[in-house]
Write a protein that binds this ligand. Structure first.
Ligand code: AMP
Length: 354
């Protein structure tokens, strides 16, 4: 199929800030975005040409959505299969179901990563308190599905009470990963076009607090060979999924200098927001280009960058951030300020060191 020319309509499942910034990038290239999400007050809806506010199970709404767009994508990976299949009957969905399916379930994801040769921390799938007793310890119990930003996670320390942890956990299925005493965390984001071309952004170092990303610094303070390896592994995963779009891979760097893949996301990623200010083409435009079947752009970076998330009350610092020379402020238009909620981010640039 030939590229979707400017003027075409891109459907996006999900109405969060990733959808908002994708819609803004799409608008710059002359596309109209149509958001499909259940919540009326959504950051993406406010900046898009059209919106369908409906449940992901609403067949009539899905059919009308499919009939009004040229291609569909998503800004979060937990879109139900039936919704994707319904829309895929009328327009291409990029990336496809395989990428979504793999990232929706931590056990499927880890199995995929290990199969294609990406090392992870040792892990087991668990379905009962009995399984927990055989799990790596110290470890982290995570829900197999619908976990994000550290939600649904339990630390398992020596002598933990398997019965008590399992009842507090509440989910049917999970995984336990061995706790990694990492030296740092890094991530890479690859774009893959319809023609199979790949462009990978530089690797950033990520600092999390309470499971939520706080800060990304680029370049990551790791040896160039390790950063190149993270980029190559990310490209390998994108190819193995036959993905068209973006793939982010988060890694732990162990104290002896190995990369352990932690998580993948087949969409724009919070750890790639620095690209908006430090690259000629950012992750959102690259995503739109891939999804629309356009050629990818050069992912080169012109500056060093530090991106800091504005969580909850942090957003009230906007007057000072606006007054700060060189601070690039990005706000998501969310009205309710809640603790830990991602309200915006600020990126500061400095001259490129390497
Ligand atoms: P996740 O939801 O899997 O991305 O986890 C969120 C954050 O929790 C990670 O970025 C790490 O900072 C921490 N974390 C998750 N899994 C592990 C692990 N196996 N060992 C040590 N820290 C972890």
């Amino acid at each position: 199929m030939s590229p979707i020319p400017p003027g075409g309509a891109i459907g996006i499942f999900g109405g969060g800030q990733l959808g908002r910034m994708t819609a803004l990038a799409a608008a710059r290239l002359g596309y109209r975005c149509h958001i499909f999400c259940p919540e009326a007050e959504s950051p993406a809806v406010e900046v898009s040409a059209a919106a369908t506010i409906a449940d992901y199970a609403d067949r009539a709404a899905l059919d009308a959505f499919g009939a009004s767009i040229d291609v569909a994508t998503f800004e979060f990976e937990n879109v139900p299969h039936d919704a994707v299949a319904r829309v895929a009957a009328s327009v291409p969905v990029r990336p496809g179901w395989e990428a979504l399916r793999t990232s929706q379930d931590r056990a499927v994801e880890k199995r995929f990563l290990n199969r294609i040769g990406l090392e992870t921390s040792s892990w087991v799938e668990v379905r009962s308190a009995e399984d927990l007793k055989r799990a790596p310890c110290p470890g982290i119990l995570k829900t197999a599905r619908l976990g994000y930003d550290g939600k649904g996670q339990f630390r398992l320390d020596r002598d933990f009470d398997a019965g008590a942890v399992w009842s507090a956990f509440g989910a049917e299925r999970g995984i336990v990963e061995a706790f990694v005493d990492f030296s740092t965390e890094v991530s890479a984001i690859a774009a893959r076009g319809k023609d199979g071309s790949i462009a990978v952004f530089d690797v950033g170092r990520n600092i999390h607090r309470d499971g939520i990303l706080r800060r990304t610094t680029v370049p990551a303070p790791v040896p160039a060979s390790l950063a190149a390896e993270a980029q190559a592994l990310t490209a390998r995963a994108a190819e193995a999924l036959d993905l068209v779009g973006l793939l982010a891979v988060e890694f732990f760097v162990t104290r002896d200098g190995r990369l352990l893949a932690n998580e993948i996301a087949p969409r724009p990623h919070n750890s790639g927001h620095w690209t908006q200010d430090a690259c000629g083409t950012d992750q959102f435009e690259q995503f739109v280009r891939a999804v629309a079947g356009l050629p990818l752009a050069d992912p080169a970076r012109h500056s060093d960058a530090e991106m800091v998330n504005l969580l909850g009350d942090d957003v009230h610092a906007w007057p000072e951030l606006l007054a700060e020379p060189g601070a690039n402020l990005h706000l998501y238009g969310k009205r309710d300020v809640r603790p830990g909620r991602k309200m915006g981010h600020v990126t500061r640039l400095s001259p490129k060191t390497r």
